[in-house]
Design a protein around this ligand. Sequence first.
Ligand SMILES: NC(=O)c1ccc[n+]([C@@H]2O[C@H](COP(=O)([O-])OP(=O)(O)OC[C@H]3O[C@@H](n4cnc5c(N)ncnc54)[C@H](OP(=O)(O)O)[C@@H]3O)[C@@H](O)[C@H]2O)c1
Length: 279
Amino acid sequence: MNEEPTIGIIGGSGWLGRSIALAMLDKAFVQPGALVLSNRSASNPLTSAKWSEVTVTSDNQALVERCEVVIVSVRPEQFAEVEICAENRLVISLMAGVSLEDVVQRTGSRQVIRAMANAAAEIGKSYTPWLATQQVSEEQKAFAQCLFETFGGADEVFSESHLNYLTALVGTGPAYPALLARSLFQHAVSSGLPPAIAQRASHAVVVQASQLIGNGRSVDELLQALISYRGVTAAGLDAMLASGFDKTIKAGLDSAASVASSMNPFAHSADTKEGPMTR
Ligand SMILES: NC(=O)c1ccc[n+]([C@@H]2O[C@H](COP(=O)([O-])OP(=O)(O)OC[C@H]3O[C@@H](n4cnc5c(N)ncnc54)[C@H](OP(=O)(O)O)[C@@H]3O)[C@@H](O)[C@H]2O)c1
């Protein structure tokens, strides 16, 4: 593998593909002349003149021919239309629910990484767990880890079922905090607060105050410190827990994880068993 390989993103104008392209360019992880993006219309998602050397094409195979690393960032159901032969390339799939085996079969590459990024890639704050076939070299893994770190944090995981579970937990990005923010907002409004104040207050709690999490002490220590006041905060937390807060979270994650492990549009290998390529 070259130290600075050419990188292609199939679906490079989408929400995730464009975010990743911009993150890699901003961090100088890839030079503009070594980046190729594809989509069906060949429309350029990078409007800045700064990135004019980036190639945009509607020919996915032409992208593959030019690139050592091929990122697939189309929607899972759109993957059926992507006909490429990417033998001897490192293929990185960002598609939810599409198994490693299916990416191997449909791209012809045995060096495949399946990763689960989230929408926070747009602001460089995704958390991206990833899983590799046995044929991916240590050098390619180190490269992929650095690539994912251009838009947040990342960890290698070692089973397809863990990646499917993490699709439900982190692939959802801002969804769960957004639900909490809406719930807090709605309660504040129903308690008589002006909507503008209710919105700023709920946002301050979910987005700002939550930054104390992981700031020097564990979540348990933080909760214990807050509960130990035995006052307003403890009353709120106790009532939420007694009303089934943990059960609600469990129901949501169980449901999302079940969909994530059964959504593979390529039904012939849609089970969650570990395939021969998977560690
Ligand atoms: N967005 C997220 O927060 C998120 C989170 C976790 C996982 N993911 C995964 O990331 C993948 C991309 O999601 P997204 O939200 O970025 O989707 P998106 O915004 O709909 O982008 C899809 C992109 O694929 C292009 N495309 C579609 N068919 C194509 C084809 N045959 N050849 C080349 N390009 C093609 C589309 O452009 P044209 O229409 O112009 O072809 C578009 O640029 C999905 O598989 C999803 O499961 C996304």
